[in-house]
Design a protein around this ligand. Structure first.
Ligand code: IMP
Ligand code: MG
Length: 339
């Protein structure tokens, strides 16, 4: 196994941060490189009892021997990035591509003041949409123009492809989720770019033949923030009763929720050419599975749910998250022939 792409299969907030941080400890990648839109993402990573919220750096941050990179397709907010580098003392292992687009204060202001973006679409207000507009118009700044980033700026696609050619382990971290993709999502209630596996590869500068595995991450129930259709949406009181009521990492908004959607899962597997599925928050659906690490110990009801997901999608569920800590994970990759 060399190059694995990890993407979200629903509307973002599937718990990718947990899965990616677990995988970074387990697989010990040489490089973890982030694709996706930009700091509209919020990945929560829990390690040694401490919770970290990441908006720019890869979730592999908890593995101190992994180099952390950001591909040229990603928008960078220099303030957010520099703060994260500082917080995690990651100065020596961060590389940002010279062509990453830059989010400026004016983009954030536009995103927050625009009645359509803020009011109707319900954006995260992080400036991503307006910065991508400037990028498409070819007037936006890129990271090589920003002095405070000069120490971190490099040719990320070259570094990533060299590592893959040497047979090193590389993790490509996606952000957002399949159904908020600009192309494949519930338009217009979507983010400002495609975020399926192909787009994530393009963001970091690798072609489809460089990829060995695509892991699509689904939460055990579905959530979304902002506007747009959510099939089977529950009233907030019911969501609370089930323990599904969540607050968004970046905006603090309440997430809307619905039961696991097998049709969306099947389509997400198709759109991402997924070879494996990771399920998160399994312990929220089946409290007796909390912190379990062996598949054989799952109650039959829980195993039945895994069977149903595999039957609906035709792809094996190789990773099951049973708690917030990276280690609270059932990893079936070896027994299913992926390692
Ligand atoms: P924007 O990406 O900030 O322009 O927001 C557009 C839509 O995508 C809104 O519905 C946001 O809530 C949603 N969105 C963007 N990024 C994320 C994410 O990382 N997780 C969940 N929803 C997101
Ligand atoms: Mg999130």
């Amino acid at each position: 196994m060399t190059c694995t792409v990890i993407v979200g299969g629903f509307f973002g907030d599937e718990g990718k941060g947990k899965i990616m941080s677990y995988l970074s400890l387990k697989d010990n990648p040489k490089i973890a490189v982030r694709g996706g839109v930009g700091p509209n993402a919020g990945h929560t990573v829990v390690f040694e009892g401490k919770e970290f919220k990441l908006r720019m750096l890869p979730s592999a941050i908890i593995n101190k021997s992994t180099q952390l990179m950001i591909g040229p397709g990603v928008l960078v907010d220099p303030n957010v990035l520099l703060r994260e580098i500082e917080t995690f003392s990651a100065h020596d292992r961060v590389k940002v591509d010279r062509q990453c687009g830059v989010i400026e204060e004016k983009h954030i202001e536009m995103d927050r003041a625009d009645a359509y973006l803020k009011g109707k679409i319900g954006t995260t207000g992080t400036g991503c949409g307006p910065a991508n507009v400037d990028r498409v118009k070819r007037v936006g700044k890129v990271c090589r123009d920003i002095e405070s980033l000069s120490k971190y700026v490099d040719d990320v696609p070259l570094l990533v492809n060299e590592a893959i050619a040497k047979g090193e382990t590389v993790h490509v971290e996606g952000t957002q989720g399949t159904f908020i993709s600009l192309f494949h999502g519930t338009y217009p209630f979507v983010t400002s770019k495609d975020v399926t596996a192909s787009a994530i590869c393009s963001d970091v500068g690798i072609g489809p033949k460089a990829v060995d595995d695509v892991i699509v991450v689904f939460k055990a129930y579905v959530t979304r923030v902002g506007g747009g259709d959510l099939p089977g949406e529950l009233p907030p009181e019911e969501a609370e009763k089930r323990g599904w009521l969540e607050k968004a990492t970046v905006t603090g908004r309440i997430r809307r929720s619905a039961p696991f959607n097998f049709d969306l899962a099947r389509r997400a597997v198709m759109l991402n050419s997924a070879t494996q599925i990771a399920i998160t928050k399994f312990d929220v659906l089946f409290p007796e599975t909390k912190n379990l690490r062996e598949f054989s110990r799952l109650p039959s009801e829980a195993k039945k749910m895994i069977d149903r997901i595999e039957d609906a999608t035709g792809v094996p569920v190789t990773i099951i998250s049973t708690g917030a800590e990276a280690e609270a994970t059932i990893d079936r990759r070896k027994e299913l022939g992926f390692l």
